[in-house]
Design a protein around this ligand. Structure first.
Ligand SMILES: [Zn+2]
Length: 430
């Protein structure tokens, strides 16, 4: 819906927190120039049972393949990356040539593939073994941290050796977000200080615009989060529909962009102990033409909060993102600033008179009404004007760690109870 001088209310933007995933088998994390760790001391044990012994042998063969592929990415050796693929599967080979090129385009400081558990695999031929594999990587360049993602690879014995015969048998069983930006067609990367943009190849002009808009947005977001925001933020703005996100639809809403967590684990095969180390922004491919500094500022504000925890009330999560976003939008020109003012007036006229409580988490995207985001924006704006941004972000950081004592923490950091904040908001509209 268009408002004012073209200030639009974008479709709902959501911060998603996926469960930390990750594992460890034999192969170790290695960086270029450092010898790979072939085995973890103390892990190898005698296996008397013939089935377990057979699995151990497959695992050892798979580890050699995975390490060869990781090293090939670092050294640029395409032949080594492809040498363990099933030669009978031409489509798989084509995919992995593209994958290799994409991985080289990204550029890695370090990369490793860790074999995790073997999975029952009814899609593959008998005699084959499907493994969950955890890719742990760190992009080259300043500000990137080690991160894990997972794959499902199927291996089978052919002509006396083990080969990688398929890469999608476990797709339905892995984490929803496991399909990475480099798993599709050719990509292009735009690097700027503090920003790393991934677009589809041939989309470079668009990518450079996203990078430029990101720098404008980040300047404002850094004022809010200071060092809580990671040094470099990745933006994924590709044409492909399914990179990282399977559905761009919430009940009743489209989604313009997601801020998604990046997870790491020093024991990368362990699914339970991963830690959120940062976030990245994924743009809905259908909304690419509408990416602007406002949308990016909104999502980067979520990224700045992603490591804090998930106990923050949604009115504060989305209200702060909207607050920063409209600061950026209003800074564009006098016309945009007037558009923001007009939108503020509309929310005051339409939604504040009947306001009883701030938008509640459980009905935020459903029953609360049209102006959930707008009311949240004005609540945060009111708090910032009353007590300053530092107290608001300190409240955010502390309430993020716990869902308890929200009321008490709001009061401690800002001096307001929720009823007082609602009353003050309503009074400001009169
Ligand atoms: Zn949002």
């Amino acid at each position: 819906m268009g408002i004012g001088m073209g200030v639009r209310r974008w479709v709902v933007r959501v911060v998603v927190v996926v469960t930390a995933t990750s594992v460890l088998a034999g192969a170790g994390w290695f960086a270029l120039g450092r010898a790979p760790l072939l085995d973890v001391p103390g892990v190898s044990r005698r296996l008397a049972d013939p089935a377990a012994e057979a699995e151990r042998k497959v695992g050892a063969a798979v580890d050699v393949i995975l390490q060869r592929r990781a090293r090939a990415v670092l050294t640029g050796d395409q032949a080594a990356f492809l040498q363990d693929l099933d030669p009978a599967n031409a489509a798989l080979r084509r995919r992995h040539i593209q994958l290799f090129r994409n991985l080289r385009t990204l550029g890695f400081r370090a990369i490793a593939y860790h074999r995790a558990e073997v999975w029952l695999n009814d899609k593959a031929a008998s005699g084959s073994s499907a493994f969950r594999v955890v890719m742990r990587y760190q992009l080259a360049g300043p500000g990137h941290v080690p991160t894990v993602t997972e794959l499902g690879y199927t291996f089978a014995p052919k002509a006396g050796r083990w080969l990688l015969v398929d890469d999608d048998d476990l797709d339905a069983d892995l984490d929803e977000a496991h399909r990475q930006p480099w798993d599709f067609g050719p990509i292009q990367v735009i690097r700027r200080p503090g920003v790393f943009v991934i677009v589809s190849a041939g989309d470079g002009a668009f990518g450079r615009k996203v990078a430029a808009d990101s720098l404008v947005a980040l300047a404002e977001v850094r004022k809010v989060w200071l060092s809580r925001l990671q040094p470099t933020v990745i933006v994924v703005a590709m044409k492909e529909r399914e990179a990282l996100v399977r559905s761009w639809q919430l009940p009743g809403h489209g989604i313009a962009a997601f801020a998604m967590p990046l997870v790491d684990n020093t024991v990368p095969t362990d699914r339970t102990t991963g830690k959120v180390v940062g976030g990245w922004v994924v743009i809905n491919p259908k909304e690419r033409k509408d990416v602007d500094t406002g949308l990016l500022a909104h999502e980067f504000t979520h990224v700045g909060a992603v490591r804090l925890g998930d106990g923050t009330p949604l009115w504060l999560v989305e209200g702060l993102a909207e607050y920063v976003s409209y600061q950026v939008v209003a800074d564009r020109s006098r016309g945009w600033a007037m558009g923001v003012e007009k939108y503020r007036d509309e929310i005051r006229a339409d939604s504040l008179a009947d306001l009883k409580v701030l938008p509640i988490d459980g009905v935020f995207h459903g029953d609360f009404g049209e102006d959930t985001y707008g009311v949240s924006w004005l609540a945060v704006e009111h708090l910032v004007k009353a007590v300053g941004i530092r107290k608001v972000t300190n409240f955010y950081a502390e309430v993020a760690k716990s869902t308890e004592d929200r009321e008490q923490l709001l009061r401690k950091h800002t001096g307001f109870t929720e009823p007082q904040l609602v009353a003050a908001l309503k009074a400001s509209a009169r």
